[in-house]
Design a binder for this molecule. Structure first.
Ligand SMILES: NC(=O)c1ccc[n+]([C@@H]2O[C@H](COP(=O)([O-])OP(=O)(O)OC[C@H]3O[C@@H](n4cnc5c(N)ncnc54)[C@H](OP(=O)(O)O)[C@@H]3O)[C@@H](O)[C@H]2O)c1
Length: 273
C-alpha cells in the first residue's frame, strides 16, 4: 500500500484501499491523534473550502463527492495534501451511503459535515414560485438537502461515537429557518426553503437522540457565500468562502452540548431554528 493521495474510481470500487490510506496517512503524519473529518459535497464551493482548511489544520479529511472522476480541483488539493482521501458518495442513494459506511465500519470519525446540497436553477425562478411550482423537481430537493443528510448521519453515527470529537453538523440556510422568517420573508424559493426546513427538523431530532452519547449535533449557516456556481454575480452581503468557512470552523471548534439543535451562523451568532 502506497500512501496514494487520492482515490481513483477504480480504487473506490476496490474497497478497502481508502480506509487503509486514512490509517497510513495518520501514521505518515506521525499524528496518531490526528482528527478526522468527513465532508459531503467536497468537490466545489463550500465543501471544497472546508477540505482545504481542515487539511491545512492537519486533519485527516474524507472528502466525498458523487463524481470523483470529475473532481479536478479536489484532486489537486488531495495531491498536495496526503491527509485528504477522496471517496465516492451520492447522498441521495441509500446504496451509495451504505457502501461507504460499510467501508468505514469501526473507523472513528471526529466530525461529520453534511454539506452537499442543491439550490436550484437561478435562471428559472418560476420553478420554485407559487403558482408555477415545478413539482417534478421537489423530490430532488428533499432527497439531496434533507433526507440524504439524515441517511448519511445515521449511517456514520457509530463512527462519530467512536471519535474523540463527537460532532455532527449540517450546512443549512436561514432561508429554511422559521426563526429567521425564512430568510427575512423573501417570497418564493419554495423547494430550497422547504427542504432546508426539513433538514433543520431532522437534525434537531437527531440532536435530541445523540445527547445520551455525548454527540453534539448542530446546524451551521454559512452566510451568503461567493461560490463558483454564482460566477461573477455579486449578492448583497456576500462574503468569500475563506471568511465563511474559517468562521464556521471556529464555531465547530467551540461547540458544546448547549449548541445542540440550534443554528449557528459563520460569525458565531445563534439563530433559533
Ligand atoms: N453558497 C451560499 O451562499 C450558501 C448559503 C446558505 C447555504 N448554503 C449551503 O451550503 C451547502 C454547499 O453549498 P455551495 O454554495 O457550496 O453549493 P455548490 O457550489 O453548488 O456545491 C454543492 C455541492 O453539493 C454536491 N451535491 C449536490 N448533490 C449531491 C448529491 N446528490 N450527492 C452528493 N453531493 C451532492 C455538489 O456536487 P456536484 O458537483 O456533483 O453537483 C457540490 O459538491 C449547500 O447545502 C447549500 O445549501 C450555501
Amino acid at each position: 500500500m502506497t500512501d496514494t493521495p487520492f482515490m481513483t474510481r477504480r480504487d473506490v470500487v476496490a474497497g478497502s484501499i481508502a480506509v487503509a490510506a486514512v490509517t497510513t496517512m495518520s501514521k505518515n503524519a506521525n499524528a496518531a491523534d490526528a482528527m478526522t473529518v468527513m465532508i459531503t459535497g467536497s468537490n466545489r464551493g463550500i465543501g471544497l473550502e472546508f477540505v482545504k482548511q481542515y487539511a491545512a489544520k492537519g486533519w485527516v479529511v474524507i472528502a466525498t463527492t458523487r463524481s470523483p472522476d470529475k473532481a479536478d480541483e479536489l484532486k489537486k488539493v488531495a495531491a498536495a495534501n496526503k491527509s485528504v482521501v477522496i471517496e465516492q458518495l451520492d447522498v441521495t442513494s441509500n446504496a451509495s451511503v451504505d457502501t461507504l459506511a460499510a467501508k468505514y465500519k469501526g473507523k472513528p470519525i471526529d466530525l461529520l459535515i453534511n454539506n452537499a446540497g442543491i439550490t436550484g436553477d437561478f435562471r428559472r425562478p418560476k420553478q420554485a414560485s407559487f403558482g408555477t411550482l415545478d413539482h417534478a423537481v421537489r423530490d430532488d430537493f428533499m432527497h439531496t438537502n434533507a433526507l440524504g443528510p439524515l441517511k448519511v448521519t445515521e449511517a456514520f453515527y457509530e463512527n462519530v461515537k467512536l471519535g474523540k470529537g463527537k460532532k455532527i453538523t449540517a450546512v443549512t440556510s436561514l432561508a429554511g429557518s422559521f426563526g429567521a422568517k425564512f430568510g427575512g420573508g423573501i417570497p418564493g424559493n419554495y423547494w430550497y426553503k422547504i427542504s432546508k426546513a426539513t433538514l433543520n427538523a431532522a437534525m434537531v431530532n437527531v440532536s435530541i437522540d445523540a445527547k445520551k452519547d455525548g454527540v453534539i449535533v448542530t446546524l451551521l449557516s454559512p452566510g451568503i457565500v461567493q461560490v463558483e456556481k454564482i460566477g461573477n454575480a455579486r449578492r448583497p452581503g456576500q462574503i468569500e468562502p475563506f471568511e465563511s468557512i474559517s468562521g464556521m470552523i471556529k464555531v465547530i471548534d467551540a461547540l458544546t452540548m448547549d449548541d445542540a439543535g440550534v443554528i449557528i451562523r459563520y460569525n458565531g451568532e445563534r439563530q433559533p431554528v
